[in-house]
Design a protein around this ligand. Structure first.
Ligand SMILES: CN(C)CCSCc1cc(N)cc2c(=O)[nH]c(N)nc12
Length: 373
């Protein structure tokens, strides 16, 4: 078995679960936030800094690594862990999402997707078998089935055709996966915002008995209330003995609300992406440190934070770095944002242990969003 999920406790106040995901590269305490390292690096962070802030698992990307440097190069280096000097667990996405969101002139057939590289423009192809070949070569601990993430909004007929094909692609992934004992293949539930289609996708995939399940097709522009509705009726269809991964999520509120609804794993580019333009997450909400009002503010980004950035640098200094486009600026804001979300998930896990996640959510939201939610 490549992974084993240990369900430790279910919060009495909510449906949230405390768990441990045992992988070949270590244990992941869940619910967990996974920093995104698309090109085999969590932008601006070294692996030592990620370990220091206790990032337990990071994400990388089939599509990007296939295009550059090529999965054969990573395999020749001994796999992604050796290539990027990261010895903890890695999850790779299958490329489906990126092909649809990044490449031009893509064409979907039953075989897979032909597209032009967004880097060189050369014509390329990825399908279920290719997505397994690439992820098997990368050697990540958790790999994702090749799926189509239907856009939002999308006609019911389109979503239905797409999910049926995604289910057939999932079966082909199970057949093509060469290393099931070392790399856990997760199925990805689709079905848009249509309850009966979500149920059909979940039932088809759970019948195939994957070691874990992702909920895809969300966080693609739909209102958060709709995302939460989809979770309410989709999560209960997934086996509670397996991990559940909500893809592409998210903001602090979505992480907490997702955990309340029984999600165990999250990934999002938000903390690293907004850091690069000087937007930071603090216990009292977002703080855009490049704002002129911080020019002479010699307090830390977040007085309630004990991270490396907040212990050693001021808003005024970080604002100066960001305004000057200094590399240290985005390093310090990235470090803080990742630390903030990782600590948030640690607090969520503690609240589940103490059966008080609903109280924690209300207190956190009141501080972060400045209103009683
Ligand atoms: C770095 N991230 C943007 C990439 C990792 S998560 C990507 C991702 C995000 C979202 N929202 C939905 C889907 C989805 O439905 N399928 C797949 N394969 N990936 C998805």
């Amino acid at each position: 078995m490549a992974i084993r999920y240990e369900l430790l406790k279910t919060c009495h106040q909510t449906g949230a679960r405390l768990g441990r995901l045992h992988t070949p590269h270590g244990i992941v305490e869940t619910p967990a936030f996974m920093p995104v390292g698309t090109l085999a690096t969590v932008k601006a962070m070294s692996p030592e800094e990620l370990e220091e802030m206790d990032a337990q698992i990071i994400l990388s990307n089939t599509y990007h690594l296939f295009l550059r440097p090529g999965h054969e190069v990573v395999a020749a280096a001994g796999g992604l862990h050796r290539f990027m000097h990261w010895n903890r667990p890695i999850l790779t996405d299958s490329g489906g999402f990126q092909v649809f969101s990044l490449s031009k002139l893509r064409h979907i057939t039953e075989d897979g997707v032909t597209f032009r590289s967004h880097i060189s423009g050369e014509p390329l192809f990825i399908g279920p078998e290719k997505a397994m070949e690439i992820q098997n070569a990368l050697g990540s601990d958790i790999i994702m089935a090749f799926d189509e993430c239907a856009p939002y909004p999308a006609e019911r007929e389109y979503v239905e055709t797409s999910l049926e094909r995604t289910t057939r692609w999932a079966e082909r992934c199970l057949k093509a996966h060469k290393r099931p004992d070392e790399q856990a293949l997760f199925g990805i539930v689709q079905g848009g915002v249509y309850r009966d289609l979500r149920e059909r996708s979940a039932r088809s995939l759970t019948a195939l008995d994957f070691p874990g399940y992702a909920i895809g097709g969300l966080s693609v522009g739909e209102p958060k209330e709709i995302m939460y509705d989809v979770l309410e009726y989709t999560v209960p269809l997934l086996p509670d003995t397996k991990p559940r991964y909500l893809m592409g999520v998210g903001s602090p509120d979505a992480l907490v609300e997702g955990a309340v609804r029984g999600i165990d794993m999250f990934d999002c580019v938000l903390p690293t992406r907004i850091a690069r333009n000087g937007t930071t997450m603090t216990s009292r909400g977002r703080l855009v440190v490049r704002n002129a009002k911080y020019a002479r503010d010699f307090s830390p980004l977040d007085p309630a934070c004990d991270c490396y950035t907040c212990r050693n640098y001021t808003r005024a200094y970080i604002r100066h770095l960001i305004k000057s486009d200094e590399i240290l600026g985005l390093r310090l804001t990235t470090y803080h944002n990742l630390y903030f979300l990782l600590r948030l998930m640690e607090n969520v896990r503690q609240a589940i242990r103490e059966d008080r996640l609903r109280n924690f959510r209300d207190e956190f939201f009141a501080q972060y969003y400045g209103q009683n939610s």
